[in-house]
Write a protein that binds this ligand. Structure first.
Ligand code: ATR
Length: 278
């Protein structure tokens, strides 16, 4: 009698650089937990001709990929179909290679952030005052889902005011929010302060006054470091924030939503987040 061994469905994270990505570890943990036959790897793509490289992966039989820096915008551009949340973000982090040969794009970063805040940290967004720092791609990915939760007030502050003003124009249809420069901060206190700048890459924090913190303020850094507190988490703790949280939970939650898109299965993220901290 012939025995048939089922082969694993293949997925990958593509980026440059990508070698240190935690996504393979996270998706393997999801696959194990949910008894799915999944093979997930990290693939570094060359900077040029994103579409050709991606079509090659499709031809090799991969079922989908996660897209990370610096290809999220290019991934958005080459999709045959896009979800509304990908369109809002103007960037894509999850691609599905469909049976009929198309590429469908989604963006799970926003839901990753809101689920981490609401479910894992029991933070409140509705009826609260929110401050977002930054106006780059990271903010574009999360702004619409945050506004959809109806904060009482959302202020977006950026080092370069003009960039924040462009963003205000692009996202005006998603809800009300104000933009300002860092110098304009200090008069109001915020319940939740989200750092979405790239300052942490240089171990820096955006130059904002401590006065933005009230006694119950939560600080959230979209960056993460499993080995040490990030610069923004350190700053928040020094300034007496009631809680200072890094973005590891967001990373796992956005991955869980990608896994759901591909596999139709919801995983227990808490277990995976806990296992990632040494
Ligand atoms: P990403 O896609 O990660 O958001 P990006 O589009 O390059 O990256 O945007 C980086 C963001 O971090 C910008 O808001 C940038 O501010 P500017 O628009 O003024 O450039 C912000 N940023 C980077 N380094 C910073 C620093 N040292 N202090 C404060 N903001 C910083």
């Amino acid at each position: 009698m012939e025995t048939q061994t089922a082969s694993a469905d293949r997925y990958a994270v593509v980026g440059n650089p990508v070698a240190h990505s935690l996504s393979p570890q996270i998706h393997r943990a999801f696959a194990e937990q949910s008894h799915q036959l999944v093979d997930y790897s990290a693939i570094e793509l060359a900077p040029g001709d994103f579409e050709r490289q991606l079509r090659e992966l499709q031809e090799q039989g991969l079922k989908g990929v996660n897209v990370t820096i610096p290809f999220k915008r290019q991934a958005w551009e080459i999709c045959d179909q896009r979800s509304p949340r990908a369109d809002d973000a103007g960037a894509v982090n999850t691609l599905v290679f469909t049976e009929d040969g198309n590429i469908a794009g989604d963006n799970t970063d926003g839901v990753g952030l809101t689920r981490d805040l609401l479910n894992n940290h029991r933070a409140l967004i509705g009826h609260r005052k929110i401050l977002i720092l930054g106006a780059g791609g990271a903010v574009r990915g999360v702004l619409a889902p945050l506004l959809a939760l109806k904060p009482d007030n959302l202020t977006l502050a950026n080092r370069t005011l003009e960039k924040a003003e462009i963003l205000a124009e692009d996202f005006r249809h998603c809800g009300d929010f104000q933009v300002c420069g860092f110098n304009d901060l200090g008069r109001d206190k915020f319940d939740l302060i989200i750092n979405a700048t790239a300052a942490g890459l240089d171990n820096e924090v955006p130059p904002i006054p401590e006065d933005v913190l009230g006694i119950n303020s939560i600080c959230y850094d979209m960056m993460y470091d499993i080995h040490a507190p990030t610069a923004f988490v350190n700053w928040a703790q020094r300034c007496g924030a009631s809680r200072a949280i890094d973005g590891l939970g967001m990373l796992v939650e956005q991955a869980a939503e990608s896994f759901f898109i591909w596999r139709g299965v919801r995983v227990d993220t808490a277990e995976v987040i806990a296992a990632l901290r040494p």
